[in-house]
Design a protein around this ligand. Structure first.
Ligand code: KIV
Length: 272
């Protein structure tokens, strides 16, 4: 088997760094429950992110801010029960790490102990450096997240592309270098210009996983419900839909409704 096609029995933080070194792209998708995680894992996706996007996708909130640590632990433990191979990364939710490093560590420990997840993800750069260091010092792997960081949506005011101006781009690059230096194993870059994302990926040895960050990075992540076409109201340029599940599910529900009402379901062979 060639090195570039190496299949990992279990994906670890180290395998991801090796994959980057070998030029092997990394696939990452979100999951928030057992059944979805089992399908994503068995399809060979390298990393499953229990994203705080659960706040939008699962709970129907407008932003990722309301989801709690307890709710993230519930989603993450369901995901962990469904996987055999993928690395599970769990988002630390808004309010669980920003106030001080001790609280950040307590939150990360709860995620690791109570959900069985393999690592945590935090949004931000130098502002949260001490919290990230504290978590890393406890032996918990950390994935960074820069660019559009949805937990700061009320500061940004909009979900548009970040770091288009030189000053913000330079800060982002410095933050990425810092995250690598202190020991993060990977980094998500969300909605930034492709050229900047490629520059960041070429400047650091840890993998950069992009969402709306172009093809010059080391891997890609999408929200599973979006790529399956379950959320048809969300149409950013970066989203490729692999199914139209909204349509497929709606048709199935309509057919079931009609079958129940017409007494077609259940038939002879569907009863005892
Ligand atoms: O919460 C999430 O799903 C994320 C991805 C968009 C990277 O952070």
């Amino acid at each position: 088997m060639s090195v570039a096609k190496k299949q990992y029995k279990r994906v670890t933080t180290k395998s991801l760094v090796d994959m980057k070194a070998n030029g092997q792209k990394i696939s990452m998708l979100t999951a928030y429950d057992y059944t979805m995680a089992k399908i994503v894992d068995s399809a060979g996706i390298d990393v499953i992110l229990v994203g705080d996007s659960a706040s939008n996708v699962m709970a129907g909130h407008e932003t990722t801010l309301p989801i709690t640590l307890d709710q993230m632990i519930y989603h993450a433990s369901s995901v962990v029960r469904g996987i055999e191979r993928s690395l599970v990364v769990v988002d630390l939710p808004f309010g669980s790490y920003q106030s001080d490093p001790k609280e950040a560590l307590r939150s990360a420990i709860r995620i690791m102990k109570e959900s069985g997840g393999h690592s945590v993800k935090l949004e931000g750069g130098k502002e949260i450096k001490d919290s990230i260091k504290r978590i890393l010092n406890a032996g918990i792997p950390v994935m960074g997240h820069l660019g559009l960081t949805p937990q700061s949506i009320y500061k940004f005011g909009t979900y548009t592309v970040r770091a288009k101006e030189e000053e913000e781009a330079e800060k982002l690059l410095q933050d990425a270098l810092m995250l690598e230096r202190i020991g993060c194993f990977a980094l998500v870059l969300e909605k930034v210009p492709a050229a900047l994302a490629q520059k960041v990926a070429e400047s650091i040895s840890i993998p950069v996983i992009g969402i709306g960050a172009g093809g010059g990075v080391d891997g890609q992540v999408l929200v599973t419900h979006d790529m399956l076409g379950m959320t048809h109201e969300f149409n950013p340029r970066f989203l490729r839909r692999y199914l139209d599940m909204y349509e497929g599910m709606t048709n199935a529900f309509k057919q079931y409704n009609a079958d129940v009402k017409s007494k077609d379901f259940p038939n002879e062979s569907e009863q005892y």
